[in-house]
Design a protein around this ligand. Structure first.
Ligand code: NDP
Length: 284
């Protein structure tokens, strides 16, 4: 019964539109640019960075990577970030998080310019997600979730949506973005009682728990749409999502795969945010 809904067509559609927008900007002498700020060289950061650089290149967005050693001090990091805030050739800044423990995210998140903060590090952008203010930059992954649902014409208004996970990176903002689409949203987490009963009432289930194949057949409603945000490595070293796809596939109507699902849309959303930031900063 299931239909696998891949991320690539969604990412390609977003990219196609952006290529045109970037061409128009370049014709006016405006060159959109992303600056990535990375401390150390964690595997996950490098994998995401490669994807982001490739996506930006395809769209025509200039990129630079500011790589710093783990020994960077709080003051040095803040100074580097302030330089990027002030550099008018940079329109979007992506700071890889979590930062090493000796750097205070609580302080640094107030330093990044909200106008250049393309992945919702700044509390100003987090507040805009809460307010449903579309002038800001919600985090790329939950935005990718909404883009996928819209691309595949999944009705959200008035529908029951369960979001499994309440992190500031995925779960909470995903819930707010879906609420902004007029869904009736339930947020589930590690203390939720009778979890499977709650999630199995949902028309749309978004899984962002970080637990390999935790979502089984009894977690989903017949005909539900399932968006699997999880990126996990199972005991055999295989990449998998939070949903046990084999176990639920005969029950759901649509499900995103892992890999090739949400992850592939995230970098397109990042590019969309950079172009939007560039336009706003140039009144273009
Ligand atoms: P976090 O670890 O920050 O949050 C996990 C959430 O899941 C928490 O809210 C936690 O609840 C909840 N949770 C954990 N275990 C259970 C359980 N047994 N039952 C119910 N709830 C549970 O993870 P992230 O939000 O950062 O990421 C979630 C997943 O998404 C990960 O697999 C991550 O790799 C992936 N990811 C994918 C991206 C993409 O582009 N596709 C980008 C970012 C993340 P509580 O708050 O109570 O502890």
């Amino acid at each position: 019964m299931e239909s696998i809904i891949k991320g690539k067509p969604v990412a390609d559609k977003i990219s196609e539109n952006l290529i045109k927008e970037v061409e128009e900007l370049k014709a006016k002498g405006i060159n959109p640019k992303l600056s990535i700020v990375r401390v150390g060289a964690k595997g996950g950061d490098l994998a995401y960075e490669r994807g982001a650089l490739k996506r930006c290149e395809k769209i025509g967005i200039i990129t630079e990577v500011k790589e710093f050693p783990e020994s960077i001090t709080q003051e040095e990091y803040i100074n580097e970030l302030k330089k990027l805030n002030e550099d008018s050739s940079t329109h979007g800044i992506l700071c890889f998080r979590p930062l090493p423990k000796h750097l205070s995210e609580e302080q640094i998140k107030y330093v990044i310019s909200p106008e250049k903060d393309v992945d919702c590090f700044s509390p100003v952008n987090a507040a805009k997600v809460m307010e449903g203010d579309k002038s800001g930059y919600p985090p790329c992954t939950p935005t990718a979730v909404v883009e996928i649902l819209k691309h595949y014409d999944v009705e959200l208004s008035g529908k029951k949506v369960a979001v499994l996970g309440r992190s500031m990176v995925v779960g909470k903002p995903a819930a707010m973005l879906l609420l902004n689409e007029n869904a009736t949203v339930t947020i589930c987490h590690s203390r939720t009682k009778d979890l499977a009963t709650v999630t199995s009432e949902a028309d749309v289930l978004v899984a962002a728990v970080g637990r390999a194949r935790m979502v089984k057949e009894n977690f989903v409603k017949e005909g539900a749409v399932v968006i699997d945000v999880g990126i996990n490595v199972d005991e055999d070293g295989k990449l998998c999502g939070d949903v046990d796809t084999d176990a639920v596939k005969d029950k759901v109507s649509m499900i995103t795969p892992v890999p090739a699902g949400v992850g592939s849309v995230t970098t397109s959303v990042l590019a969309k945010h950079i172009v939007k930031a560039c336009k706003m900063q140039n009144n273009a």
